[in-house]
Structure formats: structure tokens, C-alpha cells
Design a protein around this ligand. Structure first.
Ligand code: ADP
Ligand code: ASP
Ligand code: MG
Length: 405
């Protein structure tokens, strides 16, 4: 069976015009003899009637006290409404279609409500639907525990539903349809001349996604990489092929082959606080006690620098107060710098290439942007800047590495 998983994001389903494009893409797949399995997100973005953010605001304005399990019950409704809407439209167009919830599609997860992990998929009902000649629409972002409770997979989780179903169904390809023309060298909302990348490796895009490029969820890429299923990230609003995400071997020989790319793209994450802790007189094991305390509080830390004069790291702004309180309880005096942003230069080919950091410093200095902290790995250099400098920094680095060419 030639299965194609087609995932449509929130903005791809939010207007009648967008939904007409969605139907066209499904029809195209049928014309190419694919059996399409369609995964949908909740329609629209913040403020629109059934969007996930709107449902969250609804809960907040009605007591703001939903326990995680019941919060997931509310959130799954967004994707169900979206799936039923598309089902109605497809049937109205003479394309037989049926809807399955995540649970009915056989997606079993752990009970980590709000951020559940898929542990198995039994897609028997999807196969039955296909054998009945129907387009099977699966509500994304959701699964079910062994006990039968609804779960959600974390924000942006419909991408993971799509690649996980692709793996379980041995699909030929997973298409992630969205509101941009593919994976670009930077977020087009910040860099107007960001360029679409025709082909990237799983690892490159996984890095970019982890570092803030929210065009695809990093877990979705990991699942696809593990299963060896190619993914295309493409626009709902055109027929362009978008970006192919695949193994480096294909990347080096396939169409649009890329060889000497030092830098692939620039990513950014806002809403970060820097925490600096210096050792008090007579204090021992500063690093150990700081990170143990953060682990106990379940605060995720990033950008960690440990040196003889103390410890510097970052947390998300919304966790900074809790982190500071915990450190003060230990008798420490943390210095907090809120409203920072992490800007990352990513490239599988930068390993061992001299001068990349010099380029970064040059680009940021020219724009009078101070670097609060920096770190690097084989494939990434990060800098921490103040949030009001973030967009300027992304644009300056994009230009410095001539990514618009
Ligand atoms: P969907 O609702 O389709 O899942 P998302 O909002 O999750 O869409 O992701 C698409 C958005 O990701 C784009 O509108 C774009 O602003 C943003 N984005 C961030 N970084 C990148 C990048 N490097 N390439 C493309 N889009 C990016
Ligand atoms: N609707 C969910 C969210 O907004 C899942 C998704 O869009 O992938 O996070
Ligand atoms: Mg998304």
C-alpha cells in the first residue's frame, strides 16, 4: 500500500480558502494513487474560535484551575473539531472520508498529561478505513493512556502524530503542510529575505527545531529519522515541493545536493532569563547544589557555563522567580537578567572551520549588540542577547553568513 501522511497545521485550516487548498492537496495525492492519511491540528491561531490557545484562554477565564488530565480533555476538542470539519468538506466534494481520534487511530501514550510520549501505535482502524476506500483523517496532538484517558503530546505535537503514524504505517513520505514555503534559513517573520532550503538532514533540522525554529517539532524529526521516513515541509498554499528532510547520504547525492554549507540557518528563542550564581565564602559544591536544586524543582536549565568564579545558566522567564527563590533558600544570592533571547547559528559543516565565531562577533558588534554569554557545539554556536536586540541579531547574522544568496 502506497501511503502518504499529509499533516495540515492550524493556519492551513483556518479559512475556507485555506481549506480549499487542503482538499486540493488530498485530491492530488489520490490522483497519484496514494492512500492519504491526513493528520490535522486545531484550526487557526490565538483568538480564533477553536484554536488550542483559545481553548487554554477559555480554561483560564473559567476558574483557571483545570487539573492536567481534564485540561487535556478540553484540548483534544480543537483537533476533533478540525477533523470533523475537514471530513464534512471532503465528503461534500465526493471524496469519502472518515475521522479517527488519536485513541481510535491506536496511539497509546504514557500518562504525562500535557506532554505525553507515544509508546505504541496499532493502526488497525486506519488500515480498515483505507481498505474501505476512505481518506482517513486523524486528529493530531492526541493519544490515549492504557487506562483510556485522553492525553496531548505537547505544543506543536501534531507534527509528532504525523511522523509517528508515518512510521507505524510504513508510509512512503510524510508531508508537513504549513503557512511558509518550507524550512527557511531563518524565521521569515524576522528575516524578510530568508531563503527556503531545498534539502536538509534530519540532524540539521532537529538542531534548528530544538533551538527555536518552530516550523517542525524536534520530536517529530527524531521519530522520522529513527524510522528512516523522508519528510517534506511545504506550503499549503502552493504546489511547490518545499524542503526535503532526509539522511545526509541522500543530501550529498540527491537533486539540489549541498556540499560545502558551513551555516544552514539562524534560529532564535525569546523569553529567557540568565541566572548567575557566585560562590559564597566557605560554600562548597556550588555547581552540584545549584543543579540539584533546579532538578528538584523540575526547572529545565540551558546554556550552562561552569567556571571557577561561579555558575551561569538560563531558564525560561516564567520559571525565573521559582528558580531564584529556590537558590535563595540555599543561602545563595543569584543575579537574574530577565528578557533575554538565545540566537543560534546552526550548520552541520561548521565543525573545525575557523573564523565562524569571529564572524558572529563582528556582525553583532557592528550593530552594537552586546553578547551576554556564548557557547558552542560541533554544529551550533549560541549567543545570549537582550530580547530587544533579538530580531536585529538574527538579521545581522543572516546577512553576515550571506544566507539570502
Ligand atoms: P503550523 O500551524 O502549520 O504547525 P507553526 O506556526 O507551528 O505552523 O510553524 C510555522 C511557522 O514557523 C512559520 O509561520 C514561521 O514563522 C515559523 N518559523 C520559525 N523558524 C522558521 C524557519 N527556519 N523556517 C520556516 N518557518 C519558520
Ligand atoms: N494544536 C496544537 C498546538 O497548537 C498542536 C499543533 O498545532 O501541532 O500546539
Ligand atoms: Mg506547528
Amino acid at each position: 500500500m502506497k501511503i502518504l501522511v499529509q499533516k495540515f497545521g492550524g493556519t492551513s485550516l483556518s479559512t475556507a480558502e485555506a481549506r480549499a487548498h487542503v482538499i486540493e492537496h488530498i485530491q492530488d495525492a489520490l490522483n497519484q494513487d496514494y492512500k492519504p492519511v491526513v493528520v490535522v491540528s486545531a484550526m487557526g491561531r490565538k483568538g480564533e474560535p477553536y484554536a488550542t490557545d483559545t481553548l487554554l484562554e477559555w480554561a483560564a477565564s473559567n476558574g483557571n484551575a483545570l487539573p492536567p488530565r481534564e485540561r487535556d480533555m478540553l484540548l483534544v476538542c480543537g483537533e476533533l473539531i478540525s477533523a470533523a470539519t475537514l471530513c464534512s468538506l471532503l465528503n461534500g466534494h465526493g471524496i469519502p472520508a472518515t475521522v479517527l481520534t488519536g485513541a481510535q487511530a491506536g496511539i497509546r501514550t504514557n500518562a504525562d498529561f500535557g506532554n505525553a510520549q507515544i509508546h505504541s501505535i496499532d493502526p488497525v482502524r486506519i488500515i480498515e478505513g483505507i481498505e474501505e476506500g476512505k481518506v482517513v483523517i486523524v486528529a493530531g496532538f492526541q493519544g490515549q493512556t492504557e487506562e483510556g484517558d485522553f492525553t496531548t503530546l505537547g505544543r506543536g505535537g501534531s507534527d509528532t502524530s504525523a511522523t509517528a503514524l508515518g512510521a507505524a504505517l510504513h508510509a512512503e513520505m510524510v508531508d508537513i503542510f504549513t503557512d511558509v514555503s518550507g524550512i527557511l534559513t531563518a524565521d521569515p517573520r524576522i528575516v524578510a529575505d530568508a531563503k527556503p532550503l531545498p534539502i536538509v538532514s534530519y540532524v540539521e533540522i532537529c538542531n534548528m527545531a530544538h533551538l527555536g525554529a518552530k516550523v517542525i517539532h524536534p520530536r517529530a524529526v527524531e521519530v522520522a529519522m529513527h524510522a528512516g521516513i523522508p519528510v517534506r515541509v511545504r506550503s499549503t498554499f502552493s504546489k511547490d515541493p518545499g524542503t526535503l528532510v532526509t539522511h545526509p547520504s541522500v543530501l550529498k547525492s540527491g537533486p539540489g545536493a549541498v556540499h560545502d554549507r558551513f551555516v544552514t540557518g539562524i534560529a532564535h528563542v525569546a523569553g529567557v532569563s540568565q541566572i548567575r550564581v557566585t560562590p559564597q565564602e566557605g560554600s562548597f559544591d556550588l555547581q552540584l547544589s545549584v543543579f540539584k536544586a533546579m532538578a528538584q524543582e523540575r526547572i529545565s536549565v540551558d546554556f550552562i557555563n561552569v567556571n571557577p568564579s561561579g555558575v551561569v545558566y538560563t531558564v525560561f522567564d516564567h520559571e525565573a522567580d521559582r528558580a531564584a527563590k529556590k537558590l535563595e533558600e540555599l543561602g545563595l544570592s543569584p543575579q537574574i537578567t530577565p528578557n533575554c533571547a538565545k540566537v543560534s547559528v546552526i550548520g552541520g559543516g561548521m565543525n573545525g572551520v575557523p573564523g565562524i565565531m569571529a564572524h558572529i562577533v563582528e556582525a553583532l558588534t557592528k550593530e552594537d549588540i552586546s553578547i551576554l554569554q556564548s557557547a558552542d557545539s560541533n554544529t551550533t554556536i549560541w549567543v545570549l542577547v537582550e530580547e530587544h536586540d533579538m530580531a536585529k541579531a538574527v538579521r545581522a547574522l543572516h546577512k553576515q553568513f550571506e544566507l539570502h544568496r
